[in-house]
Design a protein around this ligand. Structure first.
Ligand code: PLP
Length: 406
């Protein structure tokens, strides 16, 4: 990754710091020869699905997560749908079961509920780690069939507080753990909390399969049901009692996932180092903070996300994204707009009262991070953000004068 010497910010007439571009993320699939050997064996066997490689992946993941059952699926979204169907559907999903979840999550969290005929009901988030707020949840549990939390960016939710609230009312808790394969609450891996936790292996996550999901659960009845419903609902004799999906993971995807799981710990350790270097560098910039897990918890740092306090910085997250774009830096606003503000839910559901989400969703910006990034890159990126903020007035002026990217 080359950076250029220049006199001023690109937006103000300088040359871009990352002329070749700095993408948001880069996939690392280790042990390519090993993956290719396995893929060759799968193709030679002719068993492309329902085979031994998916079973091996499920066993390895169960060991890693310290749970008795892991069921591999075609995606995290499909895994969430199947678990929600089991928890609030009948043979055909029951209409309008209420599923309480944070609005501040990826759209798939609510979509999974919508696809099983349930109604997403939105809760607010905690300001520090941006995960669902147990206090707001405690006010919204009436008539709720399932409580969901998302381990946002890999930050574990307040799992103990949520368990206490839900257990007292006999409400099952389901975690969207798409970002959190390798996260820990204290010493306990994310994967064993709630009724089930569903991980994603899609390409922007830290462990990848190409596409894929893993459902972790301690409930053997639920695991058996998921094995059936991911396979059309076929109990083995083609006399379906449930309207299932084809949500199986293929053997080819499992081959990639096994390699990705094998050195996941090393990648997570490296990401933690990179984030620590970034956080140390950005510490002196007023009004900008990195979103970090609670004390004692471990994040995968699936994303490196900042919250920008526009009043203190003189620039908002959108301005920062624009200035970074001039430098060749790719960013996202994960998760803005929050789900309750997206057309599909804003038009069709009552407007919820979510003050923290309303304040923070427009203030987030996710910046590039990948596991094999060099430390110098993340340090340059932090210094660049500091430089942009130090020139806030000029940046604001250039942006409002309509400087458009060349
Ligand atoms: C990526 C993601 C999903 C969807 O995962 P897929 O495997 O692509 O279906 C769900 N929830 C969150 C929070 C995600 O980031």
């Amino acid at each position: 990754m080359t950076t250029t010497e220049r006199s001023t910010l690109a937006l103000l007439g300088g040359t871009p710091l990352f002329p070749g571009g700095l993408p948001l993320t880069r996939v690392q699939v280790p042990d390519m020869p090993g993956v290719l050997r396995r893929v060759e064996a799968i193709l030679e066997s002719g068993q492309l699905t329902n085979g031994a490689v998916v079973r091996e992946l499920e066993e390895r993941a169960a060991e890693y997560l310290r749970v008795p059952h892991v069921v591999a699926t075609a995606s995290c979204t499909a895994g969430l749908m199947l678990v929600l169907r089991a928890l609030c559907g009948g043979p055909i999903p029951a209409p309008r079961a209420r599923v309480l979840m944070p609005s501040f999550s990826f759209s798939a969290t609510a979509h999974a509920a919508a696809w099983v005929g349930a109604e997403p009901v939105f809760a607010d988030i905690e300001a520090q780690r941006l995960t669902v707020d147990p206090v707001d949840v405690s006010h919204k549990l009436d008539d709720v069939a399932v409580l969901m939390g998302t381990h946002v960016y890999g930050n574990p939710c307040a799992v103990d507080e949520l368990a206490q609230l839900a257990d007292a009312r006999g409400i099952p808790v389901l975690y969207d753990a798409a970002h959190a394969l390798g996260s820990r609450h204290g010493d306990v891996p994310i994967g064993g909390f709630g009724v089930a936790e569903v991980f994603s292996l899609s390409p922007t996550k830290v462990a990848v399969a190409g596409e894929g999901g893993l459902v972790a659960t301690r409930d053997s009845g639920l695991a058996d049901e998921l094995r059936m419903t991911r396979n059309y609902g076929n109990p083995g004799n083609y006399d379906c009692a449930v309207a299932g999906l084809n949500a199986r993971m293929s053997e080819l995807h499992a081959a990639v996932a096994l390699a990705s799981l094998a050195d996941l710990e090393a990648r997570i350790a490296r990401r933690a180092e990179l984030v620590a270097a970034f956080v140390a560098e950005i510490a002196g910039v007023p009004g900008v903070r990195s979103v970090l897990p609670a004390d004692g918890d471990r994040s995968t740092f699936k994303d490196l996300t900042l919250v920008v306090d526009a009043d203190r910085c003189g620039l908002d997250a959108g301005d920062l994204a624009a200035a970074l774009s001039w430098e060749g830096v790719d960013t996202r606003h994960y998760f803005h707009p929050a789900m309750h503000r997206q057309q599909v839910y804003a038009r069709n559901l009552p407007a919820p009262d979510l003050p923290v989400t309303e304040a923070l969703a427009p203030a987030v910006i996710t910046v590039p991070l990948w596991s094999h990034m060099e430390t110098s890159v993340v340090v340059s990126l932090a210094r660049l953000i500091a430089e942009i903020m130090a020139s806030a007035a000029k940046v604001e002026q250039a942006l409002s004068a309509g400087s458009v990217r060349a």
